[in-house]
Design a protein around this ligand. Structure first.
Ligand code: 13P
Length: 251
């Protein structure tokens, strides 16, 4: 049976200035000199660095954005549309990151509209879902994650234009991770929900894990059932660390 091609994505969050291009250059060199990795590599720098990063022409590294507005253009001061991100050279847009859901009160309905905008612009969406610690402790992980998932995904989703990012909020930037079994369980529940909704194509969506992924735990987490890559925050800022995570997909 065909399997999804893994994706290792770095989310730089609100980190990075012009000097950070050196990390992209270093990552590109590592990808060329190290043994080949069986995965796609993506970096989502802050919006200010998308065009310049994409103009570096580093063929082994795709460039993405961390958010977009749900409309194409208009009177929305400070916002950026998916069309603009495409124009700047982005291939992917992360939508529904828990930091956007929490800091900007983004609902799954809004994330659904943003995902549609990403698809309409001809880009790929990485749609993020994940439970808080309180929800986990209350035993509500499945209900919360599957609830966010079904509302956040528009009918325009296919395995080509959409990646699911499972990121338990309590594991982000904390050094804590769920057990490999817990990751496999929730990823498998997500897989089942995708095949119920999108039929056979549901089997080909990439479901990537995020939350304190490091070179030391990547191999084990990436080997879990239905884990098709990683969404990496802190450890994506340093080329050597990120390359160490990509190593999970080297022979
Ligand atoms: P950390 O890898 O720093 O835990 O962040 C994960 C994340 O939020 C990626 O989107």
């Amino acid at each position: 049976m065909q399997k999804p091609h893994p994706l290792v994505a770095g989310n730089w969050k609100m980190n990075g200035v012009t000097a950070s291009h050196a990390e992209l250059e270093a990552l590109s060199t590592l990808l060329k000199t190290d043994s080949p990795a069986e995965c796609e590599v993506l970096i989502c720098p802050p919006a200010t660095l998308i065009a310049s990063s994409s103009n570096m022409g580093l063929s082994a590294i795709k460039i993405g954005a961390q958010d977009c507005h749900s409309e194409v253009s208009g009177a929305h001061t400070g916002d950026i549309s998916a069309v603009m991100l495409k124009d700047a050279g982005a291939d992917y847009v992360i939508v529904g990151h828990s930091e956007r859901r929490a800091d900007h009160d983004e609902s799954s309905d809004l994330i659904n509209a943003k995902t549609k905008a990403v698809h309409n612009a001809g880009l790929r969406a990485i749609v993020c879902v994940g439970e808080t610690d309180a929800e986990r402790v209350a035993g509500d992980t499945s209900t919360v994650v599957l609830g966010q998932l079904l509302v956040s995904l528009p009918d325009s989703c296919t395995s080509e234009n959409t990646v699911i990012g499972y990121e338990p909020v309590w594991a982000i930037g904390t050094g804590k991770t769920p057990t490999v079994e817990d990751v496999a369980d929730i990823h498998t529940e997500i897989r089942t929900a995708l095949t119920e909704r999108f039929g056979e194509d549901g089997a080909m969506f990439r479901i990537i894990y995020g939350g304190s992924v490091k070179p030391s735990n990547a191999k084990e987490l990436m080997a879990a059932l239905n884990v098709d890559g990683a969404l990496v925050g802190g450890a994506s800022l340093k080329a050597t660390d990120f390359n160490g995570i990509i190593a999970a997909y080297r022979a």
